[in-house]
Design a protein around this ligand. Sequence first.
Ligand code: FES
Length: 159
Amino acid sequence: MNDHPSTDPSRRDFLALVGRGALWVTAGVTIVALLRYLSFTEPTPPQVFMLDEPSAYPLDTTTPVADGRAFIKHDERGLYAINATCTHLGCLVKQAQTGFECPCHGSQFTTTGAVTNGPATSPLKYAALSIDAAGKGPTAPRVILDLSQTVEASFRLAV
Ligand code: FES
């Protein structure tokens, strides 16, 4: 009979094997977690939105669309879209008394997106609008907003 079980070679070998196994499992889990962390990329938010019919945007109105990421405006020449992404550091501007205002650092823009107060130095961008071709015919055509496309400030979608 053995009075010192901890010195039993088979038990010591077994404990050493379990210890090494635990180390390998821990190392594997750590490496997998590290690889997942390093390969993480922000999911790209949608850029194209099927909006309402053109008649949903009456003359002289400003309508927030696409979860506040753009504003559809309608003047005498047609519809246009102002991208709500602040040109300073990318926060979403909000409608204000005199146009648009950024809640992050206070930049202010006119109703047409020109800068009136920094720190932003560039005007808000205009996004592309088009009419859903498939919507022509029995169903009413709808406005399509494409935030990935920047257009000239003079662009208007005739309605
Ligand atoms: S992100 Fe708009 S003012 Fe800084």
